[in-house]
Design a protein around this ligand. Structure first.
Ligand code: BEZ
Length: 256
């Protein structure tokens, strides 16, 4: 995943509150089916937990992420990770595949520039295999953030860092960027969180919290938590986030 405006990743907090992101995407590696010796770009490699799985299968992997903190954590695992904005990829036709998990939705400013950069990075016929948040992802959480912030006089829309496209929208963008889509699906993945929603918000919703004075942030988190409690927490106090995934395989269409 990449850094977005207002978001700074803390690798230890991410390991505590976000490890499930890589754990739940292990089958996406099956979609990629990395082969020994293939050159693969892991776009939004985060702390490298999933990148390691590609390396274990013998691929030569470059990790790219906009967060210096997460790139440092990935390097500590031995990943060849580099600080790169996914909207400004500078690779040229060297990769057999580009892989991305839970990162593309952070690249909201220019999603088409991301796809153009991925297409440039791939060899002809190369594959782009990715999973991201799809339309409706964390809708309850996002809605509560917007409501709580609006009630306090803040414009959450301007701060909202997430891009969750519909399947049809993203397919159109992939095709416009020169890909042939061979598989694409969107599905709900209600996800049990390792802690409460407060930990999730502090880890993943910093861009929203950043628009309120620091002294008000705990109160905002408490209000969002109250607003969501009946929908997302069970009797035992366990929280489930309303994730929706969009995943696809797209091939760089060879030029005629
Ligand atoms: C996601 O992986 O879908 C996601 C994670 C954090 C914030 C928003 C979405």
């Amino acid at each position: 995943m990449s850094a977005a405006a207002g978001q700074t990743w803390d690798a230890d907090a991410y390991a505590r509150n976000g490890r499930f992101v890589a754990d739940l995407a292990v089958d996406l590696v099956g979609w990629l089916a990395p082969q020994a010796g293939e050159r693969i770009l892991d776009l939004g490699c985060g702390d490298g937990a999933l990148t390691e799985k590609l390396i274990e299968q013998g691929a030569q992997v470059v990790g790219a992420d906009a967060s210096p903190e997460l790139v440092a954590a990935a390097r500590a695992r031995g990943v060849d990770a580099r600080v790169i904005d996914g909207q400004q990829l500078g690779f040229d036709a060297g990769f057999d595949a580009v892989f991305s998990n839970a990162a593309l939705h952070w690249m909201k400013r220019d999603p088409d520039a991301v796809l153009a950069g991925v297409a440039r990075a791939l060899k002809a016929g190369g594959r782009f295999v990715a999973e991201m948040g799809g339309a409706g992802n964390v809708a309850a959480i996002r809605g509560a953030l917007h409501e709580v912030l609006a009630a306090r006089g803040h414009d959450a829309a301007a701060a909202d860092p997430w891009f969750f496209p519909t399947l049809a929208d993203y397919r159109r963008r992939l095709e416009a960027a020169g890909f042939t889509v061979t598989a694409i699906e969107s599905f709900a993945r209600p996800t049990l969180l390792p802690g409460d929603i407060g930990g999730w918000l502090r880890t993943f919703a910093q861009a929203f919290l950043a628009i309120v004075p620091e002294a008000e942030r705990d109160a905002v988190i408490a209000e969002v938590q109250d607003a969501l409690h009946t929908r997302l927490a069970n009797q035992a106090g366990q929280w489930t986030a309303d994730y929706v995934r969009l995943r696809f395989v797209a091939l760089k269409t060879p030029r005629q």
